[in-house]
Design a protein around this ligand. Structure first.
Ligand SMILES: Cc1ncc(COP(=O)(O)O)c(C=O)c1O
Length: 379
């Protein structure tokens, strides 16, 4: 059995036991909440990982790109929500997927898009089966129509009158990433739930069927006390977790399943620097913890077994150089890692770090390499 020492660095490591634990935790929460689970596969973009997340081989799943939809459709997934408001130039692609036997759902959040989508779907034999959801803004985070606005009903009428299959409503409370503490997270989960249920009730009150009521982000999914009125939950980053999630308190640092294996390539002793062969290309430019209580730089450095080296982070990163040092303000403590030493670096944001790599190196409980699981990036 080969070990980490045989890997050329940087390499993306996936701790299988941690991942399975994270999945079990989310599954238990979904069961308790009594809703359907539609995992978001944008974090993992990998069949082997998604298989462990899905309710069955046909899904359902959420995707953030149509490349994800293509990839998972080729592997048997048949129920796919493309959860970014649709651009006109993607409708033909969606129709192609639907024609190939995939039940596709797409999003709109304004009347112009609703009219255009209805017209384009009507003109295609597979178009009447494509589900259309209205995206609702539950937290001012980005897209979506206000749940109490007249436009919500106008969008639904435009879809219905245009012959499109109005499937329901969805929202994503991305502001949960800015919450501090469980009380705030619980409140955000309830804000997300109550906004989407209000939108669904208004549509039903106007005589429009609304079978799907979909919510989700990892923090709100884990914080929700109940999801009355909701039919399905979406979450993605929980599968690996990351330092942003640990900073929010929704997981421990020990739950982070993804790390970058790097090697010591030199030192600047007088500065207290250890130079690694993993810079921002290996970690991504994501500095998601910069706004949190504990800024983890470009990543938290651990030993080869995955135990954090106290207060060592990547304080700086060039394209292929990572600068490892103690947190700013802390004196050097004499730690010297000889050239050739391997370390593991936990990422700020699992989605963006994973996106830099063509595969996961799957690590078993004894630190042994168990498998190489391919993944993809791009559109
Ligand atoms: C529409 C939508 N749903 C669900 C999610 C999953 O959120 P998380 O990765 O926090 O679980 C995302 C993430 O960006 C999203 O954009």
């Amino acid at each position: 059995m080969s070990g980490l020492k045989d890997l050329e660095t940087p390499a993306l490591l996936l701790d299988e036991a941690r991942m399975d634990r994270n999945i079990a935790r989310m599954r238990a929460q979904v069961r308790r909440l009594g809703v359907r689970f539609r995992p978001h596969v944008k974090t993992n973009k990998c069949h082997e990982v998604a298989q462990r997340l899905m309710e069955g081989p046909e899904g359902p799943i959420t995707v953030s790109t149509l490349l994800e939809a293509d990839y998972f459709a080729q592997r048997g997934v048949r129920d796919i929500l493309y959860a970014v408001c649709i651009a006109p130039n993607k409708i033909a692609h969606v129709l192609d997927l639907q024609s190939r036997g995939v039940r596709m759902s797409i999003l709109v959040d304004n009347v112009d898009a609703a009219r255009l989508v209805a017209e384009r779907l009507r003109a295609h034999p597979a178009g009447r089966d494509v589900g259309v959801l209205i995206e609702v803004d539950s937290d001012g985070h980005r897209s979506g129509v206000q749940p109490d606005s007249p436009e919500l009903l106008a969008i639904a009428y435009a879809l219905r009158n245009g012959g499109a299959r109005m499937q329901g409503v969805m929202t994503h409370a991305g502001s949960s990433y800015d919450c501090r503490g469980w009380t705030a997270l619980r409140a955000m989960a309830e804000q997300e739930r109550s906004a989407i249920v209000r939108a669904a009730d208004r549509l039903r009150g106007a005589g429009i069927a609304c079978p799907v009521v979909s919510v989700g982000s990892t923090p709100t999914a884990l914080a929700a006390e109940h999801l009355q009125g909701v039919t399905e939950l979406r979450a993605g980053v929980f599968v690996f977790f990351d330092l942003v999630m640990a900073g929010l308190g929704v997981c421990e640092v020990d739950d982070v399943a993804l790390s970058v294996l790097a090697t010591v390539i030199g030192h600047q002793q007088e500065k207290g620097w250890t130079l690694l062969d993993a810079g921002w290309m290996a970690m991504s430019r994501d500095r998601g913890t910069a706004a949190q209580e504990v800024d983890q730089g470009y990543g938290l450095v651990c030993d080869i077994e995955g135990r954090p080296l106290a207060d060592y982070i990547l304080v700086g990163a060039n394209q292929e150089h990572g600068i490892m040092a103690r947190r700013p303000g802390l004196p050097a403590d004499g730690l010297h890692l000889p050239v050739g030493t391997q370390v593991r670096i936990l990422p700020n944001h699992a989605c963006s770090t994973a996106a830099q790599y063509p595969a996961y190196q799957v690590v078993g409980p004894q630190g042994e390499l168990r498998a190489r699981w391919p993944r993809f990036s791009g559109w």
